[in-house]
Design a protein. Structure first.
Length: 341
């Protein structure tokens, strides 16, 4: 059930709105987001109802067959109770984007950000379910740990660049500790690639975000090695990118899935910022050709049936499209983290 607001998606929407010059809209969205997560930071949720509801229990409607017999039909969302380590980082990155655009913090907004960084520190050693809301046992997902790095990094920058107050030395220590940890446990020397989870061998498309958040430059050998591994294992015969290898059991869901369009846009962004503009344009044309007659994109695309699949329209896909288009238009843009951090 997708009739909710994910903090992750909201944060990305804020970033895209700011980068497109719609700061008023982004500021309004920020105010909603801050109201939704206000209160005890230990009660932070990954998603909320439109009116800020926190309790979103999941139920299966066994009497309904589902679209084309795609049972089970669910209302509510069981992932609402998950801990996903990347969420605080996503929020802090978005709010940094607003600060850099000249939207000043008020006392409430910055206090709340310090509070969620306290929450992130409290959860420092806790395993999570990852960006893809895995329904199996929690793990240390490399992407989630990198987003935790980003959360503390943005806290440090808020103090150093914008004159805000906070325990900057402690945040810097946590940031540096995470960087060392990720380089040691999230990197597989034999495969020359970052991996989905610490100590694992599978790759994950979310690792393409490590360069987007400034953890490493787009052309760093660790990133390029990971891209090569992703190209080898996650791209299907039609050139579309899957989120992760099917059949690993981590997602707790039987069977495989269709390619996830956002992931292809992440790869396009990576290509554009690492000197592979021709590859970026070719894949951009390929992915955009899947859109409906209204120019809308779904969550996934079935290359076997030649049709969109999953939730439609999907904000994630459109936000990825906008970022990818900006990367192709301005491959050396100051929005490129490798050029600005």
């Amino acid at each position: 059930d997708y009739r909710y607001v994910w903090l992750r998606d909201s944060a990305l929407a804020i970033e895209v709105l700011v980068e497109a010059g719609f700061t008023d809209r982004a500021d309004s969205w920020r105010n909603w987001l801050l109201r939704a997560i206000a209160g005890d930071s230990k009660e932070l949720r990954i998603m909320y109802g439109l009116r800020g509801e926190r309790h979103l229990p999941e139920f299966e409607l066994d009497h309904l067959p589902g679209y084309e017999n795609s049972a089970p039909v669910r209302i509510g969302n069981g992932a609402a109770e998950q801990y996903q380590a990347d969420v605080v980082g996503e929020v802090m990155i978005a709010l940094e984007t607003l600060r850099d655009a000249g939207i000043e913090e008020d006392e409430f907004s910055w206090d709340l950000q310090k509070s969620i960084l306290d929450f992130q520190e409290h959860m420092f050693d806790v395993k999570d379910h990852g960006i893809w809301e895995m329904r199996s046992e929690p793990a240390y997902f490399t992407h989630g740990r990198a987003m935790m790095w980003a959360a503390f990094d943005r806290g440090v920058k808020a103090v150093e660049k914008h004159g805000l107050t906070g325990p900057v030395e402690r945040w810097a220590q946590l940031r540096d500790r995470l960087r060392a940890e990720i380089m040691e446990k999230g990197w597989n020397e034999q495969l020359q690639s970052f991996t989905q989870t610490y100590g694992g061998t599978d790759v994950d498309a979310s690792l393409l975000q490590l360069s987007q958040i400034g953890f490493l430059p787009y052309n760093d050998p660790h990133i390029l090695g990971t891209v090569a591994r992703i190209e080898k294992t996650l791209i299907d015969d039609a050139g579309f990118l899957h989120r992760y290898p099917a059949g690993t059991g981590l997602d707790g869901i039987a069977g495989g899935e269709y390619p996830f369009l956002l992931c292809s846009f992440w790869l396009i962004e990576q290509y554009a910022h690492s000197g592979r503009l021709d590859d970026a344009r070719e894949k951009m044309d390929r992915v955009c050709a899947t859109s409906s007659d209204l120019g809308l994109l779904a969550e996934e695309y079935s290359t076997s049936y030649g049709r969109l699949a999953g939730n439609y329209p999907q904000a994630f896909s459109h936000l990825g499209l906008i970022r990818a288009a900006a990367a192709i238009s301005h491959p050396e843009s100051p929005l490129d983290p490798a050029a600005t951090r």
